[in-house]
Design a binder for this molecule. Structure first.
Ligand code: BGC
Length: 942
């Protein structure tokens, strides 16, 4: 085995960050934890100490003492707590084991937001006009003129809204954030935004303005018709502009009915998250966002009572426009409709550039798929997903909606004046602007497309909250969907801030009794306590901890985790199992069409398995947090429940009740079996997958588990066959049918290309994309070996016909990467191990070893594991048919016994009788023994 190490990089501390933010403007805590990465060219570099310095301005420098430690992520703030609005500059020196110091290249600017509700002088203001809450209303426009004196040194806008808003200063939006303040459990937590607006102001007259739409706050939200006014009947704006002058004085411009604010409506006649936006450009008052506009006809404003204690700083990134796509085709449908195809199922909206006469109306209808060449809006259910633009009629007009979003690949355009050119229409991609941290690629183009689809699925569904889907009348924070996708999400993007915010909402929405909504933020108020969904309370913080090393998130969520398992323990029946009540089960199990809850795997087997898993997580968390009594309690409950599971659902020989892919995947991954049972269960899982023609047989809950369960019981080859399968149900089936995102159902499109007639059929649901985590860890070979990747596991496991793969992840310590390639009987593996970490390296056929930071390469002899278990009468028909010569010989031998029997070999009714092996087929015949004998001789000759 050869090993080479080399590296040449500039030295220093890079990416110092406060909590999960590199841009630390408006942090919401007094003691933000700090993390950093270093860049060094010394292989094996490890940190031995660090020292932080804080410049608090006006010559006040606070130097913390040097800390002898290797810790470099989320370390405690060593300085005096931040005060509201305080801005400091933090520098860092770290020392390696070699004693050499490294320094911050660019100090980190940390600025606190408004940390105390008493800091808010502003009040929420709404229009002075009465409104009927039952009907939709135009967006409200607010404006207020103010004066800036000479000598301005800095200006900050603190703002939020009941609804969704855009704040403007002197004609332009204050930031590139859209759909602010996003969606949280508003009654508990309403985010505010902090913007540095110094550069937007000039001495003299200035104008602060805002547009506020109904958004999630007041607009219709929820399925089965949904409901308006979930959080309140009035939309409102909150703004506090603070102007600091050179002489130390501060002016405030605040929303307050007593100050000169006026309100009206403009172009946005209607805006709805689900239905779209209608904009009449003729009705937008010209110049209203600039000082000097005559607003005498506008109404005054009123205060809306809202608890300012709910105001909370942002933790994750804002929602922004992140990409603009051009059409790949503009065409006429068979019915003559004008259709634009963006070539990619995306989430966001359409931007148009148009000129025409005043009053001309352009309608843009959005959908993910076509059917019969026409826009297929059936899967949207009652979401209209339609934007309407009415021209002002003055030259070139450029427009895009503000307070809605759509999931779409196609747009049907109506009313366009003249010819629609590709330059006149664009697809604007919108989502939480998370930093990309994970990549994967391999020698199979279809697998690469699958991975791309996962990334697009995540982009579309991480729009302020993690949603199930982005297009129909849902777009809700289904907890189960995120639970299965969280490991993938944490690899692909930096989701630390995004998910910790969502988890706060989860805890806030949890009842005193520990009951959780199945949606966060909750919109249905029914709390069915469902396994796999409620378990998000334990699993998601655990995944975050595993991937980021954040113990704080465990501390914060601990009560919520406990609350969840405690209330399930209360439900456990006399059997010791969670075996009653409503369950969603292995949702969308492909073997149970029409039964979304899945029927192949008994939902109580699922529920009890998840309970054991969550108890195991809570036990580990209790240990980490030093909660010894809890640890003993949950450990005992874990053991009891696991024993009950074994007693009721597992035979001593390792068969698991329901005998399904999901049942075995859970039993193996959740530690429900003893050693001997594990082996037998692995073998049975392998057999089941083979019997199903190497097609996936899992729903939401089993999908993230099944490939790992196969690999860890020695069936890597079968896991690859599942991955590379192209017939339905499988991951690549969708890719073959042209999918550009992950579908909700394995067959959202049916093999004939028609849309699955089920009314719940989305083309952008990330749950089945959970396979990407396995791609990263097992195919790519990069996995966390200790919380936050302090230790990395480098273990590529080549298989299928893949010739190479590579994956990369920006860990909390910096970039880690693995690349492998099979060439001339050798497996060459290259790895990048981040500074201050080590890697456990496990190469095929080699003893494991450990290496330090740096670039590494190894070469080991490699022969693909022989997939050629000899073909026999018990082999799968799929494998037998693949060997054409053998298949012909078998057919001939069977024909010699009974000419009519050969017709059975390819009969479609084999699927009905579930014949998977040749023996299954021959067993249908009265001359079974003769036939077996005849084919045996063929196998012997082969
Ligand atoms: C959602 C799912 C969700 C499920 C649970 C569906 O309507 O789209 O993804 O988890 O309901 O009931």
């Amino acid at each position: 085995m050869k090993n080479t190490v080399n590296s040449s990089t500039p030295q220093g501390v890079v990416s110092l960050r406060a909590e999960y933010r590199q841009d630390a403007l408006g942090v919401g805590v007094t003691r933000p934890r700090l993390s950093w990465n270093v860049q060094v060219d010394r292989p094996g570099w490890e940190q031995s100490a660090y020292q932080l310095t804080c410049d608090r301005g006006q010559g006040l420098i606070e130097q913390a003492s040097r800390v002898e430690t290797g810790n470099s992520t989320l370390v405690a703030w060593p300085f005096a707590p931040l005060r509201s609005r305080e801005r400091v500059s933090v520098q860092l020196t770290v020392w390696g084991r070699d004693g050499q110091p490294l320094q911050t290249r660019i100090p980190l600017q940390v600025e606190a937001g408004l940390l105390d509700p008493g800091d808010w002088r502003a009040r929420f203001i709404t229009s002075g006009v009465d409104e009927d809450p039952a009907v939709e209303h135009p967006a409200a426009l607010f404006r207020c003129e103010f004066e800036v004196k000479p000598g301005l040194v800095s200006a900050r806008l603190y703002s939020s809204a009941l609804g969704v808003y855009e704040a403007l200063l002197n004609g332009g939006p204050v930031s590139d954030a859209v759909l602010s303040p996003g969606w949280t459990s508003y009654k508990h937590r309403l985010r505010y935004q902090v913007t540095d607006v110094t550069g937007m102001l000039a001495t003299g007259d200035n104008l602060l303005a805002a547009r506020v739409g109904e958004g999630w706050f007041r607009g219709r939200i929820g399925f089965l018709g949904g409901r308006r006014n979930r959080y309140g009947e009035r939309t409102a704006f909150l703004g506090q502009l603070e102007l600091r002058y050179a002489d130390g004085s501060i002016d405030h411009v605040i929303t307050d009915p007593a100050i000169g604010w006026s309100c009206s409506t403009g172009g946005i006649r209607m805006s709805s998250i689900y239905d779209g936006e209608t904009y009449d450009a003729r009705l937008e008052p010209q110049g209203w966002t600039e000082p000097g506009f005559d607003a005498r006809a506008w109404s005054g404003v009123r205060e809306v009572a809202w608890d300012l204690q709910t105001l909370t700083a942002e933790e994750g990134p804002a929602v922004r426009r992140t990409e603009v796509l051009r059409p790949v085709a503009i065409s006429r449908s068979p019915a003559g409709k004008l259709l634009v195809d963006f070539g990619q199922n995306l989430v966001g909206w359409t931007r148009i550039r148009v000129s025409g006469r005043a009053g001309r109306t352009i309608t843009l209808r959005h959908a993910e798929v076509l059917e019969g060449g026409e826009l297929c809006t059936r899967p949207l259910r009652i979401a209209k997903a339609t934007d309407t633009y009415i021209l002002r009629g003055e030259g070139v007009e450029v427009w895009e909606p503000r307070f809605t979003f759509h999931g779409f690949r196609y747009v049907e355009v109506e009313g366009w004046p003249g010819e629609l050119a590709a330059d006149d229409i664009a697809g604007v991609v919108v989502h939480s602007d998370m930093v990309r941290t994970g990549w994967f690629e391999c020698s199979n183009a279809e697998v690469n497309r699958l991975h791309e689809n996962v990334v697009w699925g995540m982009r579309g569904n991480f729009l302020d909250i993690p949603t199930d889907c982005p297009q129909r009348d849902e777009r809700l924070g289904w907890t189960g969907d995120l639970q299965v996708f969280a490991p993938t999400a944490t690899y692909l993007f930096d989701v630390g801030g995004f998910l910790s915010s969502w988890l706060r909402d989860l805890a806030a929405e949890q009842g005193e009794d520990g009951m959780l909504p199945i949606l966060v933020p909750d919109t249905i108020r029914v709390r069915p306590s469902c396994a796999g969904w409620g378990d998000a309370a334990a699993i998601v913080p655990w995944v975050l901890y595993e991937r980021t090393g954040d113990v704080g998130v465990l501390q914060r969520q601990y009560a919520s985790m406990k609350g969840w398992v405690e209330q399930v323990l209360d439900r456990v029946s006399g059997s010791g199992l969670w075996d009653w009540g409503m369950q969603l089960g292995d949702w969308l199990d492909p073997g149970a069409p029409g039964h979304e809850g899945g029927r192949r795997t008994n939902p109580y087997v699922v529920a009890s398995a998840f309970l054991v898993n969550s108890l195991s997580i809570v036990t580990r968390v209790a240990r980490i947090l030093g909660e010894t009594e809890d640890e003993a309690r949950y450990n005992a409950a874990w053991q009891r429940t696991r024993d009950a599971f074994r007693a009721h659902y597992v035979t001593s020989a390792g068969r698991v009740m329901s005998d399904s892919q999901t049942a075995y995947a859970m039993a193996l991954r959740f530690g429900l079996l003893d050693e001997e049972q594990r082996e037998a269960a692995g073998a049975r899982l392998n057999e089941l997958v083979a019997q199903e023609g190497f097609r996936i047989g899992t729903g939401f809950l089993g999908t993230p588990l099944v490939c790992d369960a196969l690999v860890e019981t020695g069936h890597l080859d079968t896991a690859y066959r599942l991955l590379l399968q192209t017939e339905a149900p499988s991951w690549l089936y969708a890719v073959r049918l042209g999918a550009t995102t992950i579908w909700e159902r394995w067959d959202s499109l049916l093999p004939d290309g028609s849309v699955n007639p089920n009314e719940m059929t989305s083309f952008n649901h990330y749950a089945f994309g959970a396979i990407a985590d396995w791609l990263h860890r097992c195919v790519g070979g990069l996995a966390p070996g200790a919380p936050g990747y302090r230790k990395v596991i480098v273990q590529p496991q080549p298989g299928g016909d893949l010739a190479w793969a590579r994956t990369r992840h920006i860990t909390p310590y910096g970039e880690a990467a693995v690349r492998w390639e099979i060439k001339s009987g050798m497996l060459r593996v290259e790895a990048v191990v981040p500074p201050n970490t080590t890697a456990d390296v496990r190469l095929p056929g080699q003893p494991a070893f450990t290496v330090g930071a740096g670039d590494h390469a190894w070469e080991v002899p490699y022969a693909p594991a022989s997939t050629a278990t000899p073909l026999t009468v018990d082999s799968n028909l799929v494998d037998l048919r693949a060997d054409k010569a053998l298949w012909a010989a078998l057919a001939a031998a069977i024909g010699a016994v009974d000419a009519s029997a050969t017709a059975w070999l390819d009969s479609p009714s084999l699927a009905v009788v579930k014949a998977q092996t040749l023996r299954d087929v021959l067993g249908l015949h009265s001359r079974y023994r003769d036939l077996v004998e005849a084919v045996q001789s063929v196998f012997q000759k082969a």
